[in-house]
Design a protein around this ligand. Structure first.
Ligand SMILES: Cc1ncc(COP(=O)(O)O)c(C=O)c1O
Length: 474
């Protein structure tokens, strides 16, 4: 009987890479190939003790032990990608190492060319910009709505996309970020319909929304809403290991799969980590399993619990859907009267031992994850109540430092052209009035403060307090 249950569970959570890796571990060969630590024997003992012998025995790359290859996808890796495509509702899924960053680079390299126009939201991640520098395509910036009370970017207005498409009849791609880092959701359905009307493919950087397809209480995934390509950072909220992500091509998309595949082949490492690939396979299987479903439901109910506690507070407020923005319930952005987000973050860390996802000028971001317990949120709520009742002072403003870039860019030169122009490094104080030679986009959130070819103004200085020198065009 026990075996029967195990068999049933096994089919339910079929994870080909995990299974192949287990087989390789249980039937070790005499190894005369990379990785040279050879199942952990050539490793600093302190490191081995720290991460465990088994982790090193499992650390291998593709081609060996019947594990398949990443590029082109073969064997268990191919099977795992196919299962992921099915789970996310895609025609084709590519597993990514080096995060969604490499997905964005491959999209730019595979689908855009020098001089082509690409509609992009200004608060995109810097990997999108790096991609455009590589390809030489010209961004046509869309400024999303500004949520000024929260110091955040909001959603992309579909009308802004349509107006740009009307004005420029040679746009090769529309590329938006959805949701924002803080969980604000755009109307992807309308944007996708507009893109179809103008026959322009839609790419959605959904790095922060990989859970959506697995629970009806979360927003609809962009694949469901008609985007051509979607990128997901499974490692951010999906439960896979750091830097593992996925890129999906939608079922009815006319985007050429080979263009993406070719770009990924050139950009990817030629020694992919099987541990990372297995963790992607495992996270997809887990999200489909009963336990994973339970944990995701719990992440949602824990978030709701915290939100109901914040609603009881006098001086702490939260960004939520009923303010007119559509948001992902699991991303809780709060702010406290009289405290900057950075100050609130340091109070939580120093006084209460709590580390949050990120903080900016106005507030901070808390993630309710599938690995969190209700007791974590009870403790967090208790601490926030204490902060709410005590008169903490803000000392952060003394630093005159800003974190969330919200400026409208003054563009003087093409991105790629400026990036590859002659440059010099000068003192920050002398940089006002010059054109930036570098991408300045601190993480988090990885949104650009300045891009090559943009005019540096006085307004940029509070964002550049950590910089003594800046690279400018000659
Ligand atoms: C919107 C967005 N896209 C892409 C990325 C890059 O993702 P990764 O860290 O998986 O490379 C990030 C990272 O924070 C992001 O916020």
């Amino acid at each position: 009987m026990k075996n029967k249950i195990n068999e049933k569970q096994k089919t339910e959570i079929h994870a080909p890479i995990v299974e192949a890796l287990k087989k390789a571990y249980e039937h070790p060969t005499y190894q005369f190939h990379i990785p040279g630590h050879t199942k952990g024997l050539g490793v600093l003992p302190e490191f081995k003790n720290l991460i465990g012998k088994k982790a090193l025995q499992l650390d291998t790359t593709d081609e060996f032990d019947n594990l398949g290859t990443l590029t082109p996808a073969t064997g268990p890796i191919k099977e795992a990608e196919e299962l992921a495509a099915k789970a996310f509702g895609a025609k084709r899924t590519f597993f990514l190492l080096n995060g969604s960053t490499i997905g964005n680079l491959a999209i730019a390299m595979g689908l855009t060319k020098k001089g082509q126009k690409v509609i992009v939201n200004r608060n995109c991640h810097r990997s999108v910009l790096t991609g455009l520098i590589i390809s030489g395509a010209d961004p046509l910036w869309v400024l999303p709505e500004k949520l000024s009370n929260w110091g955040l970017w909001g959603s992309v207005n579909p009308n802004d996309i349509e107006n740009l498409l009307k004005k420029h009849n040679d746009v090769s791609l529309v590329w938006i970020t959805n949701p924002t880092y803080e969980g604000v959701v755009s109307d992807v359905k309308s944007i996708s319909e507009i893109c179809k009307k103008y026959n322009v493919p839609l790419v959605v950087d959904e790095a922060h929304g990989c859970l959506w397809n697995f629970n009806p209480k979360l927003p609809d995934s962009s694949l469901k809403l008609g985007a051509d390509i979607v990128v997901h950072s499974l490692h951010k909220t999906g439960g896979s290991m750091s830097q593992s992500s996925m890129l999906h091509i939608n079922k009815n998309s006319s985007v050429n799969e080979e263009d993406i595949e070719q770009a990924l082949m050139l950009l990817h490492t030629t020694s992919p980590s099987l541990l990372l690939l297995a963790s992607l396979d495992a996270s997809r299987a887990h999200l489909q399993s009963k336990k994973g479903q339970r944990q995701l439901n719990k992440a949602i109910s824990n978030a709701k619990y915290l939100r109901s506690e914040v609603d009881k507070m006098k001086h702490i407020h939260q960004l939520k859907s009923d303010f007119g923005y559509k948001t992902d319930v699991t991303k809780i952005f709060i702010k406290a009267d009289g405290l900057s987000g950075k100050r609130l973050e340091s109070i939580l860390e120093i006084d209460f031992g709590i580390e949050v996802e990120s903080a900016s000028d106005e507030g901070l971001l808390i993630l309710s994850n599938i690995g969190n317990k209700l007791s974590d949120f009870k403790y967090l709520a208790q601490c926030l109540h204490k902060i709410d009742q005590n008169e903490y002072k803000d000392i952060y403003y003394l630093e005159n430092k800003k974190h969330m870039p919200m400026l409208v860019p003054i563009i003087k030169k093409n991105l790629r052209e400026a990036f590859f122009s002659n440059k010099e490094i000068i003192k920050k104080e002398d940089a006002v009035g010059r054109l930036s030679g570098e991408v300045i986009a601190e993480c988090p959130p990885g949104i650009s403060i300045l891009l090559p070819g943009e005019l540096i103004t006085k307004e940029h200085l509070p964002y550049l307090t950590d910089y003594e020198f800046i690279e400018v065009l000659k």
